[in-house]
Ligand binder design. Structure first.
Ligand SMILES: Cc1cc2nc3c(=O)[nH]c(=O)nc-3n(C[C@H](O)[C@H](O)[C@H](O)COP(=O)(O)O)c2cc1C
Length: 232
């Protein structure tokens, strides 16, 4: 598939056919994804394929806890879990998770059926491999993930190349200690993502994204947009 076309047409796919994805295919997706860049080429990603039904069900329960808190925040008009949220407002919204769970019971979707997804890849990060250059700044730390998420995105690119689709999820990060224990992760590992993969059950629809003028400028933030026509 043409790379430009792929970049512009990989959605978050959350509905899949029942078709199983064999381990050879999975292996080849990871074999391509491993060429992702990482700080110092430390390649700190680790992948656990969640195969066991009981394990999957447990991870789903952990996912759902975060998911309903997320929905409570959306309902309150927040950007869920933004590092700059007012925590009191956010915590009030998170307390509505029980109501959201009730809605989910009546109208199950991707999250409620997570354990049935054809492939679930738990992507861990080995913290000892991360060049987290912002780790001591007096703000939310951000740079370390840049050594893991290009790999995660490569998984979705590789899936697309094979006619598959999926979605990156981070909801299990909220209660990662429980997830890490389930998969017997070594010390100094954290959860980067849970990636769902499978054969999409619906065709790709057009992606909604901001334009370049909404996020890129020359020299200063909110300055001149790239290639803007000269003033008359
Ligand atoms: C870092 C990251 C975390 C995400 N976490 C979740 C998640 O926990 N659950 C989920 O359903 N989707 C998750 N998504 C998927 C986003 O919701 C999706 O990429 C976005 O809405 C754009 O969707 P689209 O490509 O279909 O337009 C995540 C995406 C990224 C990149």
């Amino acid at each position: 598939m043409d790379l430009r076309e792929a970049l512009r047409s990989i959605p978050a796919t959350r509905e899949f056919t029942d078709e199983p994805i064999d381990e050879l295919t999975l292996r080849s997706i990871l074999d391509d994804a491993r060429f992702a860049p990482s700080g110092g080429n430390r390649q700190g990603w680790r992948v656990v394929v969640l195969d066991d039904a009981v394990l999957r069900a447990k991870v789903k329960e952990i996912y759902l806890e975060g998911w309903y808190e997320y929905l409570g925040q959306v309902a309150a008009g927040l950007t869920p879990f933004s590092p700059v949220n007012d925590r009191e407002v956010e915590n009030a919204a998170r307390r509505t998770a029980g109501d959201m769970a009730e809605l989910g019971r009546h109208n199950p979707g991707f999250a409620e059926n997570l354990d049935q997804v054809p492939v679930l890849l738990l992507v861990l990060a080995d913290l000892s491999c991360l060049a987290a250059v912002d780790r001591d700044l007096d703000r939310y730390t951000f740079a370390g993930g840049g050594s893991i998420y290009p790999f995660v995105w490569n998984i979705l690119l590789g899936a697309r190349e094979r006619g598959l689709g999926g979605v990156i999820t981070t909801m299990p990060v909220l209660h990662e200690d429980r997830v890490l224990e389930l998969v017997d992760a070594p010390k100094d590992h954290c959860v980067a993502a849970l990636v769902a993969l499978g054969r999409p059950s619906a065709p790709v629809t057009k992606l909604r994204r901001s334009t370049v003028d909404d996020f890129a400028w020359v020299d200063i933030v909110s300055g001149r947009p790239l290639h803007s026509p000269p003033a008359e």
